[in-house]
Design a protein around this ligand. Structure first.
Ligand SMILES: *Cc1c(COP(=O)(O)O)cnc(C)c1O
Length: 414
């Protein structure tokens, strides 16, 4: 059959509206909760006319859902990683190990926190190769950030074991995989601190928003202070100004409007997971016999967030053609960050920080050198990835069309 990209008839006339998992299940529940905040004229979490305590309630629900001692809503996933790093005492003169496959924000947050990212290679599951921790750890290394990529849980048992050997703090950037777990234990609860994002593309969304969770009370207090100009306060309570604890902070406070939507979205997380896993399974079953498509290894099938089908194709050129051809069939298909490891983003690779004096790269008695081939597996596999996004609302017709289109394009291209 002639491909749409070559002038043939596309499988569909219009693409399914399949992006944005959390947003696809917005309904009057989110609307009503946001309305409560508006009608109470109380969009600020700590005081106002009639505070609705949406942020407090959301954080309490998170603690219960994740069986964790502390939770703090913040303004974004990037803010969450910065707050986590600062809470753990990481800053100038420190190195942080970051996986080669992640969104640029993970590495950028490290630099914004005043530290420097050092890149670890990934396995074919796209997550950090735990053996890289020992290879990279030196006298400057303070932490490792594990990033469950596109729904797939990280081997956190191994990451934590390796990190312990080198006395590293473990942060989990779960921005794109909320709800994923390994052996029943949620991503974000294995290490010292977990972070999440509620940006539009994520499992749950409030447009913008983020979350920090930790069992460490000291990190929690530092996180609260750093995100609120050094203050520590509860709604209606006085700010603690104990001078032994105060510190200069930022403002990364979550708005009550955001928290209202976040609370409702959190209540939908389990349902979103169940539906996405089932849809993902159905699509995979429909394309699993295709020669030339290899699926990513999923470490725990029951713990996969189910957001994404990651396919490895034979080579870079075929991948480019496959992605374009599928899009022409009106099936959304993605690459993995334009086919490059995170450190090939020019601002990271060329160390283009906002500071002009070389900070924070000038904090070491050695030069920090990034090279294109420093993570050989990432460089070789990332350009061969095509992705299919999954949302909870795909219809049977959508699912059937995705399978039909992938089979059609694969037959012609692979
Ligand atoms: C999206 C994302 C972030 C950033 O989240 P924002 O809410 O957009 O700031 C950080 N890390 C990873 C891995 C992400 O996917």
């Amino acid at each position: 059959m002639k491909l749409a990209i070559d002038g043939g008839t596309p499988v569909r006339e219009a693409a399914p509206r399949m992006l944005y998992p959390g947003c696809s299940v917005y309904d009057e529940k989110e609307a009503n909760e946001i309305l409560k905040v508006a009608m109470a004229r109380s969009p600020f979490r700590y005081y106002g006319y009639e505070p609705q305590h949406m942020a407090d309630n959301f954080e309490n629900a998170v603690k219960e859902r994740f069986n964790i001692k502390n939770a703090l809503g913040v303004t974004s996933g990037t803010a969450a990683v910065i707050v986590a790093l600062k809470a753990a005492g990481i800053g100038p003169g420190d190195k942080v190990i970051v996986p080669a496959c992640t969104f640029v924000a993970t590495a950028g947050a490290v630099i914004c926190a005043g530290a420097v990212p050092i890149f670890a290679d990934v396995d074919d599951n796209l997550n950090i190769n735990p053996d890289e921790i020992g290879r990279l750890a030196d006298k400057y290394t303070k932490a490792v950030i594990a990033v469950p990529m596109a729904g797939n849980p990280c081997p956190m048992d191994r990451v934590v074991e390796e990190a312990k050997k080198y006395n590293l703090i473990v942060i989990e950037d779960v921005a794109q995989s909320m709800g994923s777990s390994l052996n029943g234990k949620p991503m974000g609860t294995w290490g010292d601190i977990g972070t999440f994002s509620f940006q539009l593309n994520k499992v749950l969304t409030t447009g913008e928003g983020g979350l920090v969770i930790t069992n460490n009370d000291d990190y929690y207090e530092r996180a609260v202070r750093y995100h609120d100009q050094g203050s520590f306060r509860k709604a209606g309570a006085k700010i603690s100004t104990d001078v032994s604890r105060v510190l200069i902070g930022q403002n990364y406070r979550m708005s009550e409007l955001t928290a209202a939507a976040a609370g409702i979205q959190l209540g939908k997380l389990d349902d979103i997971m169940i539906r996405m896993r089932a849809i993902k399974k159905q699509i995979k079953a429909g394309i699993s016999d295709i020669k030339g498509i290899r699926f990513r290894e999923i470490l725990d099938k029951n713990g996969d967030a189910g957001t994404t089908i990651v396919m490895f194709l034979p080579d870079k050129e075929k991948t480019k053609r496959f992605v374009s051809a599928l899009r022409a069939e009106k099936i959304p298909c993605g690459d993995m960050y334009e086919g490059t490891p995170v450190y090939m983003n020019p601002q990271i690779f060329y160390k283009k920080t906002i500071d002009t004096n070389g900070f924070p790269y000038n904090q070491f008695d050695e030069e920090i050198i990034y090279t294109e081939d420093m993570c050989p597996n990432a460089i070789s596999i990332i350009p061969t990835i095509a992705t299919l996004g999954v949302t909870p609302v795909l219809s049977q017709q959508d699912i059937d069309d995705i399978i039909t289109a992938v089979r059609k394009v694969a037959a012609a291209v692979l």
